[in-house]
Design a binder for this molecule. Structure first.
Ligand code: SF4
Ligand code: SF4
Length: 171
């Protein structure tokens, strides 16, 4: 376990102010928050909602991700969900192929090795969902936000075969 590096700061990144859905602000994913000022950060800092106060992307806390992983530069941000069982990679819809570039793609593939242990690496491009496995990327297409995804491995002819599917609408 590593300590949180103190050398990183958001600066004028603001990627989370664009790509995330923030219900308290009625802000859709993929559009800039009206409070964000380029070069000036949050214009609503004191009154920003709890979703903004509590959000921390993976780059900010990881000492294993260099400056090229700064979300503004990478074109996507990453954060853990479901008690760390899922890593969401949320891509700037203005750069939908950003996650496929190097050095990102190869490193994401390495991270996806954890799928063997039940973890899920989910690429989110707008409402499109792609589950990444070490051997393949399963593109589930555009999903309703109420849809749930399940993924993992099944045994077929003695081999472990990855699967990802839309389970159902949430009740
Ligand atoms: S995406 Fe990460 S580095 Fe960028 S502003 Fe949000 S928390 Fe800070
Ligand atoms: S309120 Fe501030 S921190 Fe929250 S999304 Fe808007 S600009 Fe970003």
């Amino acid at each position: 376990m590593t300590d949180t590096p103190l050398t990183k700061s958001c600066g004028d990144c603001g990627m989370c102010c664009k790509v995330l859905h923030i219900s308290e602000l009625n802000k859709d994913a993929g559009v800039w928050c009206g409070h964000f000022k380029k070069g000036g950060g949050c214009g609503n800092y004191e009154a920003r909602p709890s979703a903004c106060r509590t959000f921390t992307c993976l780059w900010l806390t990881s000492d294993k991700l260099g400056p090229e992983w700064r979300p503004e530069k990478a074109g996507f941000l990453m954060y853990a969900k479901d008690d760390g069982k899922r890593l969401n990679v949320v891509v700037d819809p203005g750069k939908p192929a950003a996650w496929k570039r190097e050095p990102y793609y190869s490193r994401l593939k390495q991270m996806s090795q954890r799928a063997y242990d039940g973890y899920e690496l989910m690429i989110c491009v707008g409402d499109r969902r792609i589950v990444m496995f070490p051997s393949e990327d399963v593109d589930l297409g555009v999903l309703n936000t109420d849809h749930k995804v399940v993924s993992g491995y099944v045994e077929r002819d003695g081999a472990q075969v990855p699967f990802a599917m839309v389970l159902s609408d949430a009740e």
